[in-house]
Each structure stands twice: as C-alpha cells, then as structure tokens.
Design a protein around this ligand. Structure first.
Ligand SMILES: [Mg+2]
Length: 436
C-alpha cells in the first residue's frame, strides 16, 4: 500500500492577498497592496477596528494580525488600509477549493483559506510529492493570482505544521524523521492548538519548546492539563492520533455576534441586542429548515474578557421568541447587568430538521402560532427587505432589528459559519489556529 501523503494548503495573508489580487487583476489598480505596507481593516469604526491581515512590508514595521488599527498606524504612519470584502473572500475561497478538487477527490476544507488534500497514491499521476506540490503552488498562483504555502507530510497535523515553518510562497516538508531538526526547536506556542491561554501554563511547567513538550511525561501533562495535555503531547511527537478529523459538516451551528456601538451596561439594551441576534439566527435556521437545541451566549467585556454560558433547550427550536426567551435567561445567569460589555453573541448547535419537534417552552398551540408568525415575517422580509417589519422593541434605541443582516455572502456555507471577519480572526487567534 502506498504511504499516506497529505498536503496542507494555506493562502498567504489570505484577506490581503485576495483583495490585492482583485484590485490588480480585475480593477487594474496599482501599486499592488502586497508590495507596500498595507493592511485589511475596517477603517470606519475605530472602536472595533483590528488588523485582519497584513502585507509582508507591513510586517517589517512590526504590524501584527489582531492588533488595533491605531497601534498599527503608530508603528507605520504611511500604512495603506483596505476595507475587508467578505463576499470576495468567500468567492476566492471557493475558486481555490474547486481547483484543489481537480487535483484530488479528497479535499478537507479547514477554514476559509486552508484545506488538506489527500495525495496518497498519486505519485504515478503527479510525480513525487514535493514536485507535485511545487506544480500545484505554481498553478494556483498562475491561475488565481495569489500565493499559497504547501506543507507536505504523512499526516494532516505535520502537513499543517510544515506549512507554518516558513512563509510565503513555499513548499515545505515535515516528515517524522525531520521533527527533531525542524519542529522541536520552536517555541511551544507555535504548536497546533496551543492557544494563548495554554502557552503560559506550559511555560510555568518549564516547557518552552515543542521538543520539551515531546519529551515530557504524558501522564504528568494529563494530570496538569487534562485530556488536552495528552493530545498536545501526541502533537509534539508528530502524531495527529485521529484528533484532526474531517472538516466539520457545513453549518454545524448557527451563530451571530455584534460589537455594540457603545458599551452595554443595562439589561434593556442587552435584551434588545439579544433579540436582534435571535431574529437573524432564527431566520437563517428557518430558511434552512433547521432547528437547534443547544443555545450558547458569548459575552465580551470592555476589558476583553470572554464569558460564555450554555444550556440545553427542552426542544430543538427555530422560533425567534423561543430563542430569545432562552437567551435572556442565559444572559441573566452569566452577567451582573453592570460590567460593561462590548460584544454579545449567540450560537445555536445540536441541529435537527424541523419535522421532529413535539413540545416546547410554550404550549403546542402557541408554538404553532409563533411558528406561523415567523414564517409570515420571513416571507415579507424576503419580498420587501429586512427593514420591512420589525418588533416594537426596536422602535427606540440604536440596535438594528436584524443584527449582522442576511446579505447573501453571510449565508453561504463555508466550513464554519462566520459572521464578521473580525470574529473569524479573533476566534482563530484565541484557539491557536493562526499564529501572529
Ligand atoms: Mg492563511
């Protein structure tokens, strides 16, 4: 049997590259953002603006992904700022995935700009793996106009780690016999899934490099970090141990979050934001004929602390009022009503299709009524726009009646539902999936 071969494809500074490629190839603009100090950031709202992606020249000024735009400007006064264009990013991502599927039938999309491709047994077709990767990398840049990194190894974990070793526009191998030379000298924070929270814990145990982690006693790590300790030890030793499974099913959950224009410091404002989020998420669920039974709220304080709270609903639902009732309860369990919040989000998971429901928070007759009402409202909004109808709660205050909106590009299913590029970048930074 052929040895397993995996490629990990990762677009270099995806958001910036995609905007730059569009500007140069389609609009004929110059200079190319990739050649000058430039970032992608939402310049309109300074309060929420963070660097979503940066060019290599901007990186030389010390500009970092995830930092506030103001800070980046201090480091580099002549920084060029381009607005994010999420519809373009989804379209670019799709074109890349389509090209990858021409190369191999097994393409596992991991995020908007990353995918694994199973290249096992393709030597007869494409030549040895490194040569095949070179050709693929050149083909992507020639036909789509942006560069990628391709990591090559025998499993998905090592292929991904390989792609992180040196950027941009590189093919890099990381086979088990190369671990001690290429992987182990790196700081432990560079390891896949070691996030910002775990790094200091490992350092406190005297584990500074990935090699230190690989040589640590797994029983000790499990004692200190629980199950995660064992997984990280496997990762450090180059084994993905089946932990990195296939990409999650499309639309595994529905979520939405908003950063509020001013801090939230009372329940009435918070409730209005929650209702607005429930409207959007409820509409998306109903459009896809889905209902969910696990509700989570996510809160971020003005001090950038993150809290979340979750509960199992008695039944799967997609009724706005029912989601809202659940979300209100969660909010009251999670928040004192005073600590300033800058962001509120909700998420619904454990999906089922809508035909299986029996009982609800409301009695059956009410449920039928509410469900019918939602359907009518959806139909009117589909026809006349999102503003056509809104609940009386939105008559006062500055909360939009449907947070995040429903414009087309927000609905397209990529591996994970993503509502704002900011959310995407911050979530991935936190989980250690992208590195600064
Ligand atoms: Mg990338």
């Amino acid at each position: 049997m052929a040895e397993p071969v995996w490629f990990h494809i990762d677009v270099n500074s995806a958001f910036l590259s995609w905007t730059a490629a569009y500007r140069t190839l389609v609009e004929g603009r110059s200079p190319d953002l990739r050649d000058i100090p430039a970032v992608i950031a939402n310049d309109k709202n300074l309060r929420t603006s963070i660097v979503l992606a940066k060019s290599t020249p901007a990186k030389k000024y010390g500009v970092k992904t995830g930092e506030p735009l103001g800070m980046a400007r201090d480091k580099c006064p002549n920084l060029v700022v381009a607005e994010p264009d999420y519809a373009l990013y989804v379209a670019s991502s799709r074109r890349l995935m389509a090209l990858l599927r021409e190369v191999s039938p097994v393409v596992e999309q991991y995020s908007i700009d990353e995918a694994w491709v199973d290249m096992t047994g393709t030597t007869g077709l494409y030549g040895p793996p490194v040569l095949a990767a070179q050709h693929l990398k050149d083909r992507i840049s020639r036909t789509l106009g942006f560069t990628v990194n391709i990591g090559v190894s025998c499993n998905k974990l090592l292929a991904k780690m390989a792609g992180e070793l040196e950027k941009p526009d590189k093919v890099i191998t990381l086979f088990p016999q190369e671990l001690s030379r290429k992987l182990w000298p790196l700081p432990v924070g560079e390891l896949f899934m070691v996030g910002r929270a775990t790094t200091p814990k490992l350092q406190a145990m005297g584990i500074r490099t990935i090699g230190d982690l690989a040589k640590a006693d797994p029983a000790f790590l499990i004692r200190k970090l629980g199950k995660q300790g064992g997984v990280l030890w496997q990762f450090a030793n180059g084994k993905d141990a089946g932990v990195i499974s296939s990409a999650p099913a499309q639309n595994k959950g529905y979520s939405n979050a908003v950063t509020t224009p001013r801090d939230v410091t009372d329940f009435s404002y918070a409730d209005q934001v929650l209702l607005s989020l429930c409207e959007t998420v409820g509409t998306r669920l109903r459009r896809d004929e889905q209902a969910g039974s696990c509700l989570t709220i996510h809160l971020r304080t003005s001090a950038f602390e993150n809290w979340s709270h979750q509960r199992q609903l008695p039944n799967a639902t997609n009724v706005t009022q029912e989601l809202y009732a659940g979300a209100r309860e969660l909010l009251r369990a999670a928040w004192d009503g005073k600590t300033p919040l800058r962001q509120i989000g909700i998420q619904i998971t454990r999906l089922s299709d809508t035909s299986v429901r029996q009982a609800s928070l409301f009695d059956a007759a009410d449920y039928e009524k509410l469900s019918k009402l939602d359907k009518t409202v959806d139909a009117l909004r589909e026809k006349y726009g999102e503003q056509a109808l809104f609940r009386a709660a939105f008559l006062s205050g500055d909360t939009p009646n449907m947070a995040g909106g429903l414009s087309k590009h927000r609905r397209t299913g990529i591996t994970k539902p993503v509502d704002e590029p900011e959310q995407y970048v911050l979530a991935h930074l936190k989980e250690g999936k992208i590195k600064l």
